[in-house]
Design a protein around this ligand. Sequence first.
Ligand code: ZN
Length: 335
Amino acid sequence: MKGFATYLHPNVCAATGPAADGDRVLAIHDEIRARLAAATADLPALPPAQVSLGELTLVHDAAYIAALRRLAKGRRPRQAPSSDRAALLNGAVPLLPALPGYGWALGGQYEALLGLRGGQLRAAYCFALPGHRAMPDGPRGDCLLNTQAVALRRAQRLGFHRILLIDWDLHRDDGTRRIFAGDPDIWRIGLYTAWEPDGAPNDAATTLHGDARAIELPVLDERISDSDRPGLGLPANCLRGPQSAEALVAALSRLPLQPDLIALYAGFDAHRNDQGRHVTDWVDDDFDWLTRAVCILAEYSGCPILSVHGGGREPEVTARLAEAHIRVLADWARV
Ligand SMILES: [Zn+2]
């Protein structure tokens, strides 16, 4: 098992038209993708591949996908959504023009999985628009569709049955945790801010003990004191920034399973120069350390790594960190 490949094709950010005014998610991610593609042009790349959006129903409700397709064509959803659903769908509108890109993102992850399963690849890095918060029946935050969850469902069908999903994006993986709740094949390690920047309490930190297959690592903003924490409904087991990367590496070192696939949701927004200031406060070396720890675990487990691009709003910072992450994976995979 050798080999490494990236998937950074422009089609991942393909859109049917410009994103809505005021929404920069698509433009920012396309800039990050283009920077990464240029910086890693020396590495092997997977061929562009497109998967039908119907495949998204492996994790998303068919009604949600149908509604998105109709909205993308400028039509109203066939069924009048509930008020909650209507709000969610309205929230999704800025990213609707990007709908074709999700099919291309999924195509890349499927190609990577075939290579990982077949032994041609030992690791791969696939670009995608943010997805880990997207719920089965609607978007959340910047996440419209959860292509990584779809790809992991496909991975299960390809024969991977002890999948470890590590998510160190600053935000909580609401959608992924909902989709895989109770699934005996998927273990999750999630590190995220315990308190969302919009001021709403992050209920993840209070509902994280129910799933034995999950290790939750909520991190508390340094501006929230220990005495304020109970009043905000946040539990006592929150980490502080300086401990957080160390806690994630420690969690990797005491895993009760030997995975046959390690999936990464590689967000870079926990960096102190992105959205991580006052929370994780990570620097470049933290991401390097975490990536190397994942490679050591994969080496020890004899399993491949599929890393999917996560969050990061600062193109220069995110592209720099992602390139370094890719180089470590590539060096490990080619030894
Ligand atoms: Zn994020």
